[in-house]
Ligand binder design. Structure first.
Ligand SMILES: Nc1ncnc2c1ncn2[C@@H]1O[C@H](COP(=O)(O)OP(=O)(O)OP(=O)(O)O)[C@@H](O)[C@H]1O
Length: 345
């Protein structure tokens, strides 16, 4: 494929995303694409994303990849991933336009339904996304909503044993699930917890955990991992929405609802009615016993092959407080805005 780099759309931790114009229309890729580019520091993430997207195949709720390309720019090798272009940006872009207000509940329901269908596909194929957040939910001109950024995604089929070594932070701390904080477990259930955090933020315009400006991120991790506190469910959300979130915010990952189960919840039924999607018509909010539903993976899985980019402690720490104590960092993030979070990988 031949293409030309256009204006920059945004920056990730290890990559830059720009517009890409297809200069030789082969019919297989559109005239306009997004290109995610990284130098040698970001190549691992780009290669991982390509490999996961290839394994996942086509899904209407997952951003499409048209291929990869190696270029030399200013004497430096650049790794490029050509992706479907989301002309309406991410949900973060959408929220910014509302100046701190959340989205109408109707939109939140539609977006949530789309993300759930994407997650169901990811989980059914034995992967976890590991970085579900508003910046990774992309909006397209035809109304489609898709999951992007598979740089941290991992294969999770395998044994259910968790690493006890140190603490691995993957993704954004505000979206971390209790089992990720306590046991380094990053499985499909952690994606569901993160989706719950995303739903709160979409609806309220505020992060699911309120944190004081200037506070250390370890105090947040202690709140997530230790004790009974849960993210605050917005009061103005409908009863259906509150019930939906109560199924996402279950501390025990084995008791948390799976993407497959949540797709049957009436909170996301709006998509089925309006778009005549292939999903079954949602049933009312009936609390099915979790044990009865076994379709998609919901338990935590160890990433046995994961090499963390984060500052790991290699001492075995068995208790959450001890484990969290190993996370002492000099950096104090600005807690008030999610985009200022530094991803520690
Ligand atoms: N296919 C795409 N179409 C349009 N915009 C995109 C596309 N992919 C990414 N972007 C935008 O580019 C920016 C950078 O995206 P990228 O996925 O590299 O990083 P990120 O998710 O913002 O951050 P991080 O890498 O730290 O998780 C984001 O603002 C995102 O919304």
């Amino acid at each position: 494929m031949e293409w030309l780099r256009g204006e920059t759309i945004g920056f990730g931790t290890f990559s830059t995303v720009s517009l890409a114009k297809n200069t030789r229309d082969s019919g297989e890729s559109p005239a306009l694409m997004a290109v995610k580019s990284a130098d040698s520091y970001g190549v691992v993430s780009i290669k991982n994303e390509k490999s996961v997207l290839d394994s996942l195949g086509d899904c209407p709720e997952i951003v499409r990849c048209y291929g990869e390309d190696l270029t030399v720019e200013n004497g430096e090798e650049i790794h490029n991933l050509l992706l479907e272009y989301a002309s309406r940006g991410s949900v973060v872009t959408q929220l910014k336009k509302l100046g701190g207000e959340g989205l109408p509940e109707y939109d939140v329901r539609r977006h949530t339904g789309s993300v759930l269908r994407g997650l169901r596909h990811i989980h059914a194929n034995g992967f976890a996304h590991c970085d579900i957040k508003l910046g990774n939910i992309l909006l397209f001109s035809d109304g489609a909503v898709k999951i992007a950024d598979f740089g941290l995604a991992r294969r999770v089929d395998g044994v259910l044993t968790a690493s006890k070594k140190g603490v691995e932070i993957r993704g954004t701390p505000l979206y971390m699930a209790p089992e990720s904080v306590n046991e380094n477990e990053y499985g499909s259930a952690a994606d569901v917890w993160a989706l719950g955090c995303a739903v709160v933020e979409m609806f309220s315009g505020k992060t699911a955990w309120s944190v004081k400006e200037g506070s250390h991120f370890m105090s947040l991790l202690i709140r997530i991992g230790v004790g009974d506190e849960l993210p605050k469910i917005p009061e103005l959300l409908s009863e259906e929405g509150k019930d939906f979130l109560s199924k996402c915010f279950v501390k025990d990952p084995k008791k948390r609802w799976t993407a497959e189960m949540l797709l049957k919840h009436s909170f996301v039924a709006v998509d089925c009615e309006d778009d005549h999607r292939r999903d079954e018509v949602a049933v009312s909010v009936q609390v099915k016993e979790v044990e009865e539903v076994t379709t998609s993976p919901r338990g935590p899985f160890e990433f046995s092959d994961w090499e963390s980019f984060s500052s790991d402690s290699h001492t075995a720490l068995d208790f959450p407080v001890e484990r969290l104590g190993s996370l002492v960092s000099e950096s104090i993030p600005d807690w008030s805005v999610t985009e200022n979070w530094v991803n520690v990988r």
